[in-house]
Structure formats: C-alpha cells, structure tokens
Design a protein. Structure first.
Length: 319
C-alpha cells in the first residue's frame, strides 16, 4: 500500500485532529502518501480529496472540531453512492482509508472493505459508545466540559439552595451522564440504559433536604427525557421546584484534553499500521489500557455496555 486517505465523519469530537495528524505523520514516516478527504463520505462522493504533507497537519493537535470537516452523508449508505466514492478513490490512487468517527461511520468503512477497499475505523465520538474500545476520542474532553459546567451551576445552586437539572448529550449511551454525574457529585443520574424510578428520586431529594443539603444536582442524558420534561414531572409529583440547564453543543467543542490528544495520536498511528497489513476491516481501540485492533464485525458483536458499577457507586456516594 503506497497511498491512503483519511476522513472524519458523523458527529465531530475534540481530539479528532490529533488522530488526523497522527495518520498523516505516521503514514509519511512509513514512506506512504496520505490524502485528506474533506467532509466525510460526502467528500469521497464529490472527490474533495487532496494530498497532505507533514506541515499541513501542523498546529491542529490543540484544536477542537476537525480540520477535515465532517458531514452526514445519506447517499453513501446506498450502493450507488459507495460506487461513486470508490471511483474517486481509484482516480486518486487511494488503496486504503482511515475513517475517524462513530458507529455509523464504521458501517461505511465496513461497506468499503467488503467492496475490496480496505478501511479501518478509529473511534471518535463524545458518547463513548463504540464497541471494541473502552474509550473514544473526545469523551474525556466532553466530560471535563460538563464537569466545569456542573461546578459553576453548583455555586449558584448552593447560594440559592436550589435543585438543578442538567441535561447532557447521550441519545442512546449514558457514559457521559454517568461519568459526569459521578465526577460532579450529582445526587441523581438518569441514563438511557437504566429505567428510573421517580418516587425513589423524590425520596432521595427529600432525604437530602432533611439532612441539610444546600442543593441538589440531577444529571439527565438527553435520551431519557429533556430536562424540562423531568422538571415538569418533579413539580407534578412533589413540591420540588427546579431550575434547568441544557448544556447542548458546548459539549462537542473545545481544545482536547491531554488524554484525548494522546488517544487520538495512539489510535491514528495504529490505524496506519493496521491498514498497512492490507486487508482493512479493523476497529482500533483501547482495552484495559492497551491499544488493540479488532475485526470490525467482531467488535460490533461485542456490544458496548455502560459500566453499571459506576452507576451503583454514584448512588452509594450521593446519600
Ligand atoms: P456517527 O459516525 O457519528 O455514528 P452517523 O451515524 O451519522 O454518525 O454516520 C455517519 C455517516 O456514516 C453517515 O452519514 C453515512 O454516510 C455513513 N453510514 C452510516 N451508516 C452506514 C451504513 N449502514 N452503510 C454505509 N455507510 C453508513
């Protein structure tokens, strides 16, 4: 393999740039050419592809977002879209592709690999929900952004002795809510993976008040319900008055933490090594602190599970 491409796809996450930089520099180090594909799979379909030199990925390791831009591209899910993309890859002589993105993007990489174009997946999403890895690039930065917000909200919650509901991202995955809740000392955490008990929540809030707690923080993952819906439920079923805060897209931005930069660098370099084996179809990840590559299909069979021991611990510690 002498020439490969790299793209970022789906929801962006801080640290993707570190991964792009690592792919380009590791590729050049290994004596191959690396081409950037702009705006995810859409860029493959439109032929937005250009060669990247080592200097082209300078000064991006510290930036959030993705210098290659990202997009959702429904056309790529179709056979015709994939054929257009492959034609452009062949035109540019690209023999393999590194795809940095979430599980949707991985499916695109699998589709290409099945059609004879080796592609590997690097997990980039703040949701931490990709099978075959304990951590995804961007999760740590998003988590720290949420913690910073919780700490600030806690200040005002204490001053006014209020209960706050903070809505965080996570449609199907509760990792961000769970880790943020534990690290932020939340009284209650609602995640999509665990049915919640409103009476129990009210009970815990009341007990907290009785023991003199000045404030309460409830973290809700957007996939469970909105902060407003939860506030309505609480005011209907109890005399708890709440304030809400929806963190929204600030969770996706910002300069990546050291951890996400290191993960991005490790994963990007490993992706190039995996591609150079020639077959493609690997999912890069970190399991038990070791960088690994799994067969993507096998990784998907593993199914990503939220760590319920963290959930249980947070309940024990927030009495
Ligand atoms: P993420 O990668 O963050 O999960 P999406 O699920 O939106 O984001 O997927 C990103 C892109 O990956 C989609 O817009 C589409 O181009 C491609 N993709 C998703 N699912 C498939 C699929 N089953 N086959 C081929 N490509 C897919």
């Amino acid at each position: 393999m002498k020439r490969i491409g790299v793209l970022t796809s789906g929801g962006d996450s801080p640290g993707m740039n570190a991964a792009v930089r690592a792919v380009v520099r590791k590729g050049i180090f290994e004596g191959i050419e690396v081409f950037g594909v702009y705006s995810g799979y859409q860029g493959l379909i439109d032929g937005k592809i250009s060669k990247l030199e080592a200097g082209d990925v300078g000064d991006i390791i510290q930036r959030g977002g993705t210098a290659l831009y990202s997009a959702r591209c429904p056309e790529f899910i179709t056979d015709a879209g994939q054929e257009k993309a492959i034609a452009h890859m062949k035109e540019h002589g690209l023999e393999g592709l590194v795809v940095i993105g979430g599980d949707g993007s991985y499916r695109g990489a699998m589709a290409l690999t099945k059609k004879g174009i080796p592609a590997v997946g690097v997990p980039g999403t703040i949701d931490n929900d990709i099978p075959g890895t304990d951590y995804t690039i961007g999760f740590d930065t998003a988590l720290n952004t949420v913690i910073e917000a919780i700490d600030k909200i806690r200040d005002t919650a204490t001053s006014h002795e209020r209960t706050f509901i903070i809505e965080v991202m996570g449609r199907d995955a509760g990792d961000l809510a769970l880790w943020a809740g534990l690290a932020g000392g939340a009284e209650t955490i609602l995640i999509p993976e665990q049915a919640f008990d409103l009476d129990d929540m009210i009970d815990r809030l009341e007990k907290g008040k009785k023991r003199g707690k000045k404030h309460s923080i409830i973290i809700v993952a957007e996939g469970v319900m909105s902060a407003q819906e939860l506030a309505n439920l609480l005011s209907e079923k109890s005399d708890t008055e709440t304030r809400i805060s929806v963190l929204g897209h600030i969770q996706r931005g910002g300069s990546p933490t050291a951890r996400d930069r290191v993960l991005g660098s490790l994963f990007g370099a490993r992706a190039v090594e995996a591609l150079l084996k020639g077959e493609g179809g690997q999912a890069i990840g970190m399991v038990n602190n070791k960088v690994v590559d799994y067969d993507m299909e096998e990784a998907f069979k593993l199914k990503r599970k939220v760590d319920m021991s963290l959930y249980n611990l947070s309940k024990e510690l927030s009495i």
